[in-house]
Design a protein around this ligand. Structure first.
Ligand code: HEC
Length: 405
């Protein structure tokens, strides 16, 4: 790829990512609001005008200088209003922009972004196939489980789908780079959430509206089915949001048992979300977020980097800065320079430049973290840094990261 193409791609990346975050906020924001609404409304007094109109619950709220009085009808109002707002493009545009971003960041640069030879020696096509396949399989399995008898038992269903996601993480972290595996689990959950909207929730609502327009009484089963899926979506939100930002945290996805790390983080997210769902209903149950936070704290301790070895075996303990500089020149500078020579890179990734002795010294701690503790760099080990070189960098840093000659 020439430099202009990769520069153009960088802009496309920026714009699509920006869009993805905006639409994602609009979607999850609206969804959090409706969950809150649903859990907070109170039924009107029996026999009151509202109750007679078919209102199942209402509340009063003040926001932005106005008073709001939303009312929920179950199954539907006696008469359909002329104008009805639907909520679907928030979800669809989040998925479309996310899918575009998958191509821009991962599929167009699969060797660097998806393949990790220490995990599996895949061709780009294989890696992309596994990525796309995971999205399809995820939805098929989830949808089948929902329609099976299991779908009627919320807790059992939740546990089974959780086990399925953990198993998928296990498989993907054993095929793709940790970073791509995590992102694909996120994309898989996101795809399930959007497919719930597109395949179950919106069509069900449309059938209800059509029935009413035909002067029939809408079948409540569509409402019940839509509700089941939207409850699932609600519990998926915190795990999926972590997965979407996980690429910043190599300590999670680079861990030897990255799938187990992810299981703990997802469980914590679900527990914390559960707390808020109960709280909206007026029940404060601290044990749920306490368990979530305890899980995260335990995880943090368990995956903490071990204390540096006083002396790595077989390493020149007087590791000199010049040696480290040579290693960085060979293994890092093709990407981490103002003008990278590595195909596909238009600017220094993450803004980190390592092309002068001063810059290497300035980034010593980060270099140590990324190459020795996390082994996250060089990206996909494209420049084939050896373990001996990592040990040299480690010994240099642990001896104080001296820069003299
Ligand atoms: C093939 C290109 C490539 C090579 C070679 C490479 N990197 Fe990186 N590096 C990246 C990319 C891409 C990112 C941004 C990662 C991200 O967005 O999470 C990055 C990010 C970093 C960061 C910032 C991490 C953070 O989250 O703050 C550091 C530090 C770093 N690299 C150090 C190194 C070192 C040291 C080497 C050599 C041993 C190296 N890199 C080799 C592509 C590369």
């Amino acid at each position: 790829m020439d430099v202009f193409a990769s520069y153009g791609l960088e802009w496309l990346n920026l714009l699509v990512r920006w869009l993805h975050i905006i639409t994602g906020i609009a979607w999850i924001g609206a969804s959090f609001y409706f969950v809150w609404l649903d859990n907070t409304i109170k039924p009107p007094a029996p026999g009151s005008d509202l109750a007679n109109k078919g209102v199942a619950g209402e509340l009063w709220a003040v926001h932005g200088g106005g008073f709001y009085n939303p009312q929920k009808y179950l199954v539907a109002p006696a008469q359909l209003p002329k104008e009805l707002h639907w909520f679907k493009w928030e979800a669809y545009s989040t998925w479309l922009s996310g899918f575009a971003l998958l191509f821009i960041v991962y599929y167009l640069n699969a060797q660097a972004m998806m393949v990790d030879r220490s995990v599996a020696d895949l061709s780009s096509l294989q890696a992309v196939g596994i990525g796309l396949g995971s999205l399809v399989v995820g939805w098929l399995v989830y949808d089948l489980l929902c329609k099976s008898p299991l779908g009627r038992h919320d807790l059992a269903f939740g546990l089974v789908i959780f086990a399925f996601l953990v198993a998928s993480s296990y498989v993907l972290t054993h095929l793709l780079s940790g970073r791509a595996a995590y992102l694909h689990i996120g994309a898989m959950i996101g795809t399930i959430m959007v497919a719930n909207v597109a395949h179950v929730i919106i069509p069900g609502q449309r059938r209800m509206v059509n029935a009413m327009m035909a002067g029939e009484k809408p079948d409540p089963v569509y409402g019940i089915r839509a509700k089941q899926r939207s409850v699932h979506n609600n519990y998926f939100t915190l795990p999926v949001l972590f997965l979407m930002i996980s690429n910043h945290y190599a300590m999670t996805y680079r861990h030897a048992h990255a799938w187990a790390v992810l299981a703990v983080i997802m469980a914590a997210g679900v527990l914390i979300r559960h707390f808020f769902n109960l709280r909206h209903k007026g029940r404060i149950e601290w044990k749920y977020p306490a368990a979530g936070v305890a899980l995260l704290a335990l995880l943090a301790v368990l995956i903490a980097p071990r204390a540096p070895l006083a002396q790595a075996p077989g390493v020149d303990t007087a590791a000199q800065f010049t040696q480290v500089k040579t290693i960085v020149d060979q293994r890092c500078v093709s990407c981490h320079a103002a003008k990278p020579t590595q195909p596909g890179f238009a600017a220094a990734p993450a803004g980190v430049m390592l092309d002068t002795p001063e810059r290497v010294a300035q980034h010593a701690a980060q270099i140590y973290q990324q190459t020795v503790q996390l082994k996250a760099m060089p990206l996909a080990n494209l420049t084939q840094m050896t373990d001996a070189e990592r040990a040299q960098v480690g010994a240099w840093f642990e001896a104080g990261a001296k820069t003299d000659k």
